[in-house]
Write a protein that binds this ligand. Structure first.
Ligand SMILES: CC(C)(COP(=O)(O)OP(=O)(O)OC[C@H]1O[C@@H](n2cnc3c(N)ncnc32)[C@H](O)[C@@H]1OP(=O)(O)O)[C@@H](O)C(=O)NCCC(=O)NCCS
Length: 162
C-alpha cells in the first residue's frame, strides 16, 4: 500500500489565516522569479513577466495569483481558461504552482489552488486540468489531494531532427 506522504517536509511556519491570496502585480515579479528559480533551478524572468502582463491584460481569462504573508511572497499559481485546445470545450488550466519551502505543508498550495478554481468557476468553466512530469511525486501527491484524477487525454511527443 503506497504511503500518502512520499516526501517529507517541515511543517509550515505560521497559520494559513495569516496568508492572503491576491492577484500578482509587477512588484511581485522579482519574488516570483526567485521562488521559481529556487524550485526548478532555472531562472526565467522573461517568461514570468510575460505571464504577469497577460494576467493584467486579460483578467477574466488569465490568472496569476500570489500568497502573501505580510510583505513576503510565500507562493504563486498561474491558471488560464483555454477554449477548444485539443478539441476540448473551455476549461481552466493550471500551468504552474510553487510554494516557498519554508511555508510548505501549511495549506498555502491548497488555498492557491482553491482560489484559482474559484476564478475558473466564476468565469463559467466547470473543469480544471493540469499536466505534470511523471516522476514528480510531490506535485502528483498535491494535485491528487485536490481531487484531480487522470483525464481523457494523453500527451504525445517526438524529437525534431534538423
Ligand atoms: C506542491 C506544492 C505546491 C504544495 O504546496 P503546499 O502549500 O505544501 O501544499 P498543502 O500544504 O496545501 O498540501 C496539500 C496536500 O498536498 C499533499 N502534499 C503536499 N506536500 C506533500 C509532500 N511533501 N509529500 C506528500 N504529499 C504532499 C498532501 O496530501 C497535503 O495534504 P495534507 O497536508 O493534509 O496531508 C509545494 O510543495 C511546491 O511548491 N512544490 C514544488 C512545486 C514545483 O516543483 N513547481 C514547479 C512545477 S509547476
Amino acid at each position: 500500500m503506497p504511503q500518502k506522504k512520499a516526501v517529507s517536509a517541515p511543517k509550515a511556519v505560521g497559520a494559513p489565516a495569516e496568508i492572503v491570496i491576491d492577484s500578482a502585480d509587477s512588484t511581485d515579479l522579482k519574488s516570483i522569479v526567485r521562488l521559481d528559480a529556487l524550485t526548478t533551478g532555472n531562472a526565467k524572468p522573461k517568461y514570468w513577466k510575460h505571464l504577469l502582463e497577460g494576467s493584467r491584460a486579460h483578467p477574466d481569462q488569465q490568472f496569476f495569483l500570489v500568497a502573501r504573508k505580510g510583505t513576503s511572497l510565500t507562493g504563486f499559481i498561474v491558471g488560464e481558461i483555454r477554449a477548444w485546445e485539443f478539441g476540448s470545450p473551455p476549461c481552466g488550466w493550471v500551468f504552474a504552482i510553487a510554494v516557498d519551502p519554508d511555508h510548505r505543508l501549511g495549506a498555502v498550495g491548497s488555498r492557491l489552488f482553491d482560489a484559482v478554481c474559484q476564478r475558473f468557476r466564476k468565469a463559467g468553466v466547470t473543469k480544471v486540468r493540469t499536466m505534470i512530469a511523471r516522476d514528480s511525486q510531490l506535485i502528483m501527491s498535491f494535485f491528487r489531494s485536490q481531487g484531480m484524477m487522470a483525464g481523457p487525454f494523453i500527451e504525445l511527443e517526438k524529437d525534431l531532427d534538423e
